[in-house]
Each structure stands twice: as C-alpha cells, then as structure tokens.
Design a protein around this ligand. Structure first.
Ligand code: ARG
Length: 589
C-alpha cells in the first residue's frame, strides 16, 4: 500500500500536467495549518520561478482542475500560492478498509531479503549488566524488530566483551581464593572438571574484588595482565577457566536479556574475532596500508575534508597486543565472509564515536567492506539521574540492571494495588509487563543521541507521553471489545468502516494513515522515537474519539460495526508498534 502523501500527490499530478506544468511540482506534505486544511502542496511556489508566473495564479489553475475530485472535500488556493487540501471522509474510510484487510496493515516490505547486521547489547562477560548496557539493548532490539518487520534479514549480534583483562583478573583472583584448583597446578595431567568452580553469584563478586585489588596491588595487576596474555595465546588451563566463565556468564546474560524481551541471533564476541587477526595484520602490512608509529602498528584514516584531526587506527600496540579496534576488524572480516551484509548498524554510547570512525574507515580503506555498504554507528546519550549526572544507585554505585527493573516493577505494583481490584498474583504479573513498557518507552521516546533523565515517577505514570499511557489505551480498547462481545455483538463479514461523522473520528483516521510511512522512516533513520511519537499521538486522538463517541450505545447497527472495526484497527496498529518497540500490553490494568 502506498503512503498517503504519495497517494495524494498521484491525484494532483494530472492537474499540474493538464495546466502545462511538470508533475514533479505535485509534492504533498502534512498541513502546517491544521485549522485550515489537512494536507498542502507548495509546488506552485517552485513552479512560479520556472514558468515565470505568479504562484497564486498557478495554484488557482491547478485548484480549478481538481474541482469535483472524489479525493478532496475542499481544495483552495491561498496567498502567496499554497494549495490547501481537505480529504473526503469516504476516501479516508477506503484506506482504513484496505489497512484492515491487508497483512501488516498494508505495510510494504521494502527489505527484499537484504541482510543487515545489528551489533548491540555489547555486554562484557563476567561483569554484571548495568544500566549503561540498557540503552544499547533496548534501542538495538527495536531496530532489529522493525527491520525484520519490513522484510530485511536482520541479524542481531550481542558482540560480547569476552577477551579482555577482566579474564586475567578473574583467573588470578581465583588463584588467590582457590589455589588448589587443577588449573593452577602446572603438573596436572588429567582432564579438567566439567563443572565450573564458581556460581554466578560468586563470579559477580570475584570480578569487582579482583578489579579493586588490581588498583591497589601492582604485582597483582601484572599477574592479571600476564594471565590475560597467556589465555590469549592459548594456554590450555586458562582456556578451561575461560570456558567456565563463559558458560556461567552466558546463562545469566541470556536470562537477564530475556527478562528485557531482548534476544540475539548470534552470541559472538571479541574472542571469535581472534582467529582472523594474524592474517588481517599481515594483509594490512603487506599492502602498505599499516605502518609503524612509535612502535605500534597503525592505519592512517584522516581525510582532508575532516574538520578536526583524527588519530590513526591502532592495530597492534608496541607490546604486540591486539586492541579493541583489531577485534572489530576481525569481526567484520568474519561477517563479510559469513553474511555479506548490505548494511551494518552498531549501537553504543557516544564515547565510542572515534573508535567506530577508525574501524569503519580502515575496513573500507582495506576493501574489507564495499565502499557503498553503509556502516552506521548509532550513538546514544547518557541516562542521567534527576541530578543531571549519570544514573547511579542511592549510595552512588553503578546500578545493576536487575535492580533497576525490580525497582520499577515494585513501584508499578504499588500503584496497581492502590486500587486493589486484582489479586496480588495478577498485580505482580501485570506490574512486570507495565514496568518493562515504562522503562523501554521512557528510553525509546527520546531521540537516541540525546541524554535523558531517568524519572521513575514520570515513566510509570498512566498519563502523558509514557509507556503505561499507551498500554492503558490498548487495554481500554480491549475492554470495549470484550464488552461488545459480552453483549452479543458480532461484526458481519461484509461490514465496512464508514466515512467519519465527527472531527474526532476523522482525526483518528488521519493519524492511522500515517502508519506505514512512520514505520519505514523510523527504520531508515534508525529512529525508534518516531514510532513512540506516532503511538502517543494515536493514543491521544483515540482517547478523544472515545470520549466524544457512544461506541457501544450507537443505535445504527452499520455505524456501530464501523466503530468496532475502526477501534479494532487502532488496537492492531498500537499493538504492532509496541511489539516493534519491544514490549507488550497486559489484558487488564
Ligand atoms: N563491549 C563493549 C563495551 O562494553 C561494546 C561493544 C560494542 N560493539 C562493538 N562491535 N564494538 O563498551
């Protein structure tokens, strides 16, 4: 199904050509003056220059040709040369009926099986998930779902940080605590135990302890670095510990991400890129793309057009160690080999901006990625507390994700229990659903690149631009529909959505027709906040319609069925959108 703006443009094109003007002037936009009209065409202004005429004269000629059109209820030329357009109720109703009939409400699948890699989540193994990882997970999940809905082959990869110093720190801390483990006995000949020598809660305690120790104890730090080096060079006992860390951590990560409604197709990480690195370095050296600089191996990426000086991409440090950028390049080589994606999307915070410029430019310079393949780095801002500083726990620590989710859920739970209409059990389940919506919508409704304030009271409010408000609207529609069914209402198969009879009903339809354009743009611009804005407005116009219309008490049977179909469509669109944002609505709330 075509987008509404294009449909309307198609209708006025012939009017332009009939008057002797090119039809490219027939572009249509939403009206700037909703009090006067619904859409407008500014083409007469541009045409005036080309045809050396007064804009208002051109507008007048075009308007005359549109007289009696089945699409417009009113067309007028206004100074200095705008063409104001009002849509006929029947035309809008036709679109509603098409949306209602077609799969995905008439959304066109623009993806045609193109493969896109979405690199998001980015958790670091053995370190607890904290709110910093929250944004990446939430935004990435939504982009992946939206792309998939549009017919793209979306591959979500968590790209774990699983190859760094934290591993050496854990190994050495473990040696301190459990020196008798076979991994530390150099003469050990047997096979290593299947069972990990720690639980997830121990592991969560080991890492911070080790990290703190390394800050005070230089020799401990050096040992951890040495252990990391040995691990990276394939020392089997440490590989065995590493596998335990991975198993225990991954199970926990999967659970945590799962609770957030976030899933990945690939659970790869930096460690998977390592096997490509020796070849990669050799290639860059042999082709003269990398050169020595102060003992390190670097690739120049600066361009004349850069507004600030960009440092080269470091491929290998002077001590021979590979770096974060090297892992990312290795990962790109693997992704090209296995998936040949037509686009990459990486989602991290703003602080990694330079890193990704360096990696992308190196990948293209070396020809690992085709020049025309878009590599997008979607950078997000910080989630701040009410004090405007990065969000912390009450005692100033880093807030763990689980705790944050728990806090929201219990705040929502209390709110639900204020009314006490449901059992504790049901209230708990509902609170978890609403809490997730509050958290995700609170994040996604901001333009990703901006910082935002985590304001629990606002996020969980049932009014205003919040997740719970959207859910509340969906639940309201569900309850009207179930009441309709209880009263024995059924919609005959040939029932149709009729032309609107009130402004609020027309406004609801005018909002619904934007749906396909919003979904497409939100994906192409990697901007989930556009979906949020759309459903916020949709909820608003729906609630206004609801407040001004007797839906179930409508006497005219045909009209009542039309209302039921219209609100069912509204519910479907809202539910689809929240699914793309990564949450769902409860049955009641
Ligand atoms: N693990 C990284 C971090 O916590 C994020 C990984 C992002 N993805 C990537 N391909 N570099 O900062």
């Amino acid at each position: 199904m075509k987008k509404i703006l294009d449909c309307i443009a198609e209708v006025i094109k012939p009017a332009f050509t009939a008057c002797g003007y090119e039809d490219s002037y027939a572009r249509v936009t939403l009206s700037n003056r909703p009090d006067l009209c619904e859409y407008q065409c500014n083409g007469a202004m541009a045409a005036a220059k080309a045809y050396k005429k007064k804009p208002i004269d051109i507008a007048g000629e075009v308007v005359a040709k549109l007289d009696g059109s089945p699409v417009f209820s009113k067309v007028s030329a206004v100074m200095p040369g705008f063409i104001n357009l009002c849509i006929r109720e029947e035309y809008l109703a036709d679109i509603m009926n098409t949306m209602e009939r077609e799969p995905k409400f008439g959304l066109e699948e623009i993806g045609s099986q193109e493969t896109i890699i979405v690199d998001y989540g980015g958790a670091n193994v053995a370190k607890p998930l904290h709110v910093g990882h929250l944004r990446s997970a939430i935004i990435g999940e939504s982009i992946k779902r939206t792309g998939r809905f549009l017919g793209y082959e979306m591959i979500g990869d968590v790209h774990l940080g699983d190859w760094g110093l934290q591993m050496g720190l854990i190994i050495e801390e473990l040696r301190e605590r459990k020196p008798d483990l076979p991994y530390f006995d150099q003469s050990f000949q047997g096979t290593y135990p299947q069972e990990a020598p720690f639980t997830i809660s121990e592991l969560e305690e080991i890492y911070p302890a080790a990290s703190a120790r390394s800050k005070e104890d230089e020799t401990f730090k050096a040992r951890a670095q040495e252990a990391t080096f040995q691990l990276q060079n394939g020392y089997e006992p440490f590989r065995a510990v590493w596998r335990h860390i991975m198993d225990v951590s991954l199970a926990d990560l999967k659970k945590n991400y799962g609770n957030l409604g976030v899933t990945f197709d690939l659970w790869k990480g930096e460690s998977d890129a390592q096997r490509y690195i020796p070849e990669l370095i050799k290639d860059l050296e042999e082709r003269g793309l990398a050169h020595e600089s102060q003992g390190a191996l670097v690739v120049d990426i600066a361009r004349e057009t850069d507004s600030k000086e960009l440092p080269p991409c470091i491929i290998r440090k002077s001590d021979g160690a590979a770096l974060y950028a090297t892992s990312d390049l290795g990962t790109i080589i693997e992704r090209e080999k296995e998936y040949a994606p037509s686009k990459y999307i990486y989602i991290t915070d703003k602080r990694q901006e330079l890193h990704f410029i360096q990696v992308f430019r190196t990948a293209k310079k070396a020809g690992y990625v085709k020049e025309e393949t878009p590599m997008v780095h979607l950078m997000f801002g910080t989630m701040n507390g009410k004090d405007g500083k990065p969000f912390k726990t009450r005692d100033g620590g880093v807030m763990r994700l689980e705790c944050l989710v728990e806090e929201i859920n219990s705040a929502v739970y209390e709110r639900i229990m204020e009314n006490r209409t449901v059992s504790c059990e049901e209230a708990k389940e509902t609170a978890a659903i609403i809490g997730l919506a509050a958290l995700k919508y609170g994040d996604l409704s901001n333009q990703a690149s901006k910082d935002y304030v985590f304001d629990m009271d606002r996020f969980i409010s049932f009014e205003g631009n919040t997740g719970p408000y959207i859910l509340y609207t969906i639940v309201r529609i569900k309850s009207i529909l179930s009441k309709y069914r209880e009263q024995g209402g059924t919609v005959p198969g040939d029932a149709r959505i009729l032309g609107a009879v009130s402004d609020t009903e027309k406004n609801l339809m005018l909002q619904l027709v934007k749906y396909n354009e919003v979904i497409e743009n939100s994906f192409l611009e990697t901007a989930p906040h556009k979906i949020c804005q759309f459903i916020y407005e949709l909820s608003d116009v729906f609630n206004k319609f609801y407040n001004s219309t007797m839906i179930l008490k409508e006497e005219d049977q045909e009209r009542r069925c039309s209302y039921i179909k219209l609100i069912t469509l509204t519910k479907g669109v809202l539910e689809t959108c929240i699914d793309l944002l990564g949450f769902e609505a409860p049955e009641r709330m």
